[in-house]
Design a protein around this ligand. Structure first.
Ligand code: CCH
Length: 287
């Protein structure tokens, strides 16, 4: 990391644990959604990274290109201004960190602070200076589509079926908002706790088409309070995805290990880290 020289001598190098702790402090807010910004920060880290195309080595978290239009206005990114704005005071407090590092670190902090696994994280992303390197629209998955599309999109990023299923299990967290995606509701009854609940519910509940005027989505037959997107149902309808989901529903430790590896990989897709850079472990605040 670059040390900034000041009148009183060289500034001390950035301590990423301090940045982590500052992010951890602003996660809770009783007046926002289910009481935490963690889910929307996880979604920001994912959408910043999931534009990666392994064939052209374009997209991905390097650059933090979602600061610019057209990417900021891509339909898939609706609502993520909330997450980007939330992190502005942290960027002001630690001007040395790049947006690209900050957004991915915030995703790590969000997962860890709501009870998820430790995610080894690396610094070294640079910020783009203009919109020229924004990825084209349409690289993130379409929630209305089925397993063929999901496999195509995650395959383009470089993920296999097992990693794809592990990543989508992040829908244990958060909810859909009608004013963002058009869909509505949470996937689990504890949307601010990281867990394998998504897989348990996907396999144990009976899912029926929701009767409403919004886009096609599914509701649990017993209460109608929970939801699945058509793309979530791909994990039920595809045999390989189903068997992997079953493993995660049965074995929470396995799920946590696999999610950690897949999410760490996601955040690093396409990033040209400096030679010798190594992943670090940031301590959860309750540890
Ligand atoms: Fe997702 N996701 N996601 N998702 N997502 C939405 C919300 C969250 C898809 C569609 C949607 C991943 C994969 C997929 C989160 C994390 C991940 C929403 C609602 C849609 C639609 C947005 C809204 O209305 O606010 C589809 C399709 C796929 C793959 O096929 C992956 C991978 C991750 C992370 C690893 C999180 C967290 C949320 C909740 C956000 C919030 O604000 O509560």
């Amino acid at each position: 990391q670059k040390a900034v020289a000041t009148a009183s001598g060289p500034a001390k190098p950035l301590d990423y644990q301090e940045v982590y702790d500052a992010i951890a402090k602003i996660l809770d807010n009783d007046n926002y959604d289910d009481g935490s910004y963690a889910p929307v920060l996880v979604r920001l880290a994912w959408h910043a990274s999931g534009t990666y195309d392994k064939n052209t080595n374009t997209g991905g978290s390097n650059g933090a290109t979602m600061r610019f239009d057209p990417e900021a206005s891509h339909g898939a990114n609706a609502g993520l201004a909330v997450a980007r704005k939330l992190l502005e005071p942290i960027k002001k407090q630690f001007p040395q960190i790049t947006y690209a590092d900050l957004w991915t670190l915030a995703g790590v902090a969000a997962i860890q602070e709501v009870g998820g696994p430790i995610i080894p994280w690396r610094a070294g992303r640079a910020d783009a200076v203009s919109a020229e390197v924004c990825p084209p629209d349409g690289r993130l998955p379409d929630a209305a589509k089925d397993q063929r599309h999901i496999r195509d999109v995650f395959g383009r990023m470089g993920f296999n079926d097992q990693e794809t299923v592990a990543l989508i299990g992040a829908h244990a967290l958060g909810r859909c908002h009608t004013d963002r995606s058009g869909f509505e509701g949470p996937w689990t009854r504890a949307p601010t706790t990281f867990s394998n609940e998504y897989f348990k519910l996907l396999l144990e509940e009976k899912w029926v088409a929701r009767n409403w005027t919004g886009p096609k989505q599914f509701a649990d037959k017993s209460t109608g309070d929970l939801m699945m997107l058509p793309a979530d149902m791909a994990l039920y309808n595809d045999r390989t995805f189903y068997l992997q989901s079953y493993k995660y529903a049965k074995d929470s430790d396995l799920y946590f290990r696999d999610f950690s590896a897949a999410f760490a990989k996601l955040l690093e897709l396409g990033v040209p880290f400096p030679e010798g850079s190594a992943p670090m472990v940031l301590k959860p605040t309750n540890a």
